[in-house]
Design a protein around this ligand. Structure first.
Ligand code: ZN
Length: 331
C-alpha cells in the first residue's frame, strides 16, 4: 500500500540533481556510504557521531535546540510537519546505521526471500553455487532464474531484466560440439532481442568473471565494521579532484595526521547548491574547503558556515595554499 500522511512506512530517496549524479547507485553499491550518511546525519542533528554525545545546539550557536531547529531538521518546506520533528528520536537509529551493511534485492521482497526463490528455481548444483557466491560476496542478484525469454524460446540460467543481460553457466555436457552449436544459436537469438549474453563454464575462474562486469554484479562488499568515515591516504583517488587541485590535495594528505575526502554536496533548504572542494580532517577538527574559483563559492561557503562548519575558502592559484589550510587547524 502507498504511504499516506498518517501512515508513513516507507522512505523514498530521490536525487535532487537533474538526471541524477549516481548518488543512489553509490548508496546501494558502496558499503561505506550508508554508515557515512548516518554519521553526517548525527552531526546535523547536533550529536557527536563518535561518542553519541548530545551537543545540544548547532556549532557556534548559544541557544539550545530541544526537538528541532532551522540548523537541523526544520526547513520552510517541512513546515506542515514541524510538530512531528524531534531530533531526540534519531540517535539510536542513526548509531545503528553507522554499523549497518546494505543488502540490496532486485525484487520487491527482501533479499533473503528473493535468494530462496532463485535457489528453488535453479536445478543444477552448479547454478546454486553461483547464486550463493553472489550472495555471500554481497553482489547483485539476478532478477530471475530459468525464465523463458519471450520471442526466442530460450531459457537462460539467469536474467538481469533491467540490464538486459542473460547468463548461462555451462556444465560438463556443454563441452560437446553439438551442444556448442546449440549454445551459439541461443546466444544469437537472445542478442537479436537486444540481450547481452554472458556465458561461462563450470571450470572457469568465476572471480575473473565477476571482476569483468563490475557494473552488472557490483563491487564486492567491504567490511563495514571498521570506521569508514575517516578516509586514509590510501583511499584517496586523485580523479575525485579537478586537475588543478590534485597536487595540492596530495601535499595535504602527505602531512601526518591529515585526511582529505572529496567534495560533498552542499544542501540548503532541500536544494543542492554545489559541491564543496573537499573535507579535510586533522584530529577532531574538520575543515570544509570551498573553491573560490567557482561561481557558487559565496553561496556554498555561506551555507556551510550557517550549518556550523569551519569553512576555508581557497584558490588553486594561490601560493602557499597548503600552508594556509594547515594553519586553519591551529586557529
Ligand atoms: Zn537543531
Amino acid at each position: 500500500a502507498l504511504p499516506s500522511a498518517d501512515d508513513r512506512q516507507h522512505i523514498l530517496l530521490y536525487e535532487a540533481a537533474e538526471g541524477g549524479a549516481g548518488v543512489l547507485r553509490r548508496l546501494v553499491e558502496d558499503a561505506a556510504t550508508v554508515p557515512a550518511i548516518a554519521r553526517l546525519a548525527l552531526e546535523i542533528v547536533h550529536f557527536d557521531s563518535d561518542s553519541g554525545r548530545d551537543r545540544r545546539h548547532p556549532r557556534g550557536a548559544r541557544e539550545d535546540c530541544e526537538a528541532a531547529c532551522y540548523d537541523c531538521l526544520l526547513s520552510y518546506f517541512n513546515q506542515r510537519d514541524h510538530r512531528l520533528l524531534d531530533r531526540q528520536l534519531l540517535p539510536d537509529l542513526l548509531r545503528a546505521w553507522t554499523q549497518a551493511t546494505v543488502r540490496t534485492s532486485p525484487a520487491p521482497v527482501p533479499r533473503d526471500n528473493h535468494l530462496l526463490r532463485l535457489l528453488n528455481l535453479c536445478q543444477p548444483e552448479l547454478e546454486r553455487t553461483w547464486i550463493r557466491k553472489l550472495d555471500q560476496a554481497g553482489l547483485r542478484l539476478p532478477t530471475d532464474a530459468q525464465r523463458l525469454v519471450e520471442g526466442c524460446r530460450v531459457r537462460p540460467d539467469f536474467l538481469y531484466q533491467e540490464d538486459g543481460v542473460a547468463i548461462f553457466i555451462d556444465g560438463p555436457p556443454h563441452d560437446t560440439p553439438e551442444q556448442r552449436a546449440k549454445d551459439e544459436q541461443q546466444t544469437d537469438a537472445l542478442e537479436d532481442q537486444g540481450f547481452t549474453v554472458i556465458r561461462f563454464g563450470h571450470g572457469e575462474d568465476w572471480e575473473l568473471i565477476l571482476e569483468r562486469y563490475p557494473t552488472l554484479f557490483g563491487k564486492p562488499a567491504v567490511p563495514t565494521n571498521q570506521s569508514t568515515a575517516t578516509p586514509s591516504h590510501d583511499e584517496l583517488d586523485p580523479d575525485d579532484f579537478a586537475a588543478e587541485w590534485r597536487v595540492i590535495v596530495e601535499r595535504l594528505v602527505s602531512v601526518h595526521g591529515v585526511a582529505v575526502e572529496p567534495g560533498n554536496e552542499v544542501i540548503e533548504d532541500g536544494r543542492v547548491l554545489d559541491l564543496d572542494l573537499a573535507t579535510v580532517r586533522k584530529g577532531d577538527i574538520v575543515l570544509r574547503l570551498v573553491d573560490d574559483g567557482r561561481l557558487t563559492a559565496d553561496s556554498v561557503a555561506d551555507a556551510l558556515a550557517r550549518q556550523g562548519h569551519r569553512v576555508v575558502r581557497v584558490s588553486a592559484t594561490e601560493t602557499d595554499v597548503v600552508k594556509r589550510i594547515l594553519s586553519a587547524f591551529e586557529e
